[in-house]
Write a protein of this length. Structure first.
Length: 95
């Protein structure tokens, strides 16, 4: 089978897009642990959801989610698995 036309430069375009996103001032502000997220919309996603079904059907781009959790002190020095569910294309997770 031959390659599709977009496959020849896909990786280059992917890296270009990731660099553009990484250098975005808005992204830098939103991933700051001290950022005020009190006016952000809430989105409840379960293991069968995607944001297209949660009010953003035409969104194709970058989304920042924030979740605060408390890990019990009794879990200290234990291995923990963070299941991120469905992710298409790319993810960066800060813990």
């Amino acid at each position: 089978m031959g390659r599709r036309a977009y496959e020849d430069d896909y990786e280059e375009k992917r890296i270009e897009w990731l660099n553009k996103v990484a250098n975005s001032d808005l992204l830098k502000q939103s991933i700051d642990p001290n950022a005020d997220d009190s006016n952000w919309d809430e989105m409840h996603i379960d293991n069968k959801s995607v944001w297209e079904t949660k009010g953003h059907p035409d969104l194709d781009g970058c989304v920042v989610f924030r979740k605060t959790i408390e890990i019990p002190a009794t879990w200290q020095n234990k291995s923990i698995i963070l299941n991120m569910g469905k992710i298409k294309d790319h993810d960066i997770t800060w813990v």
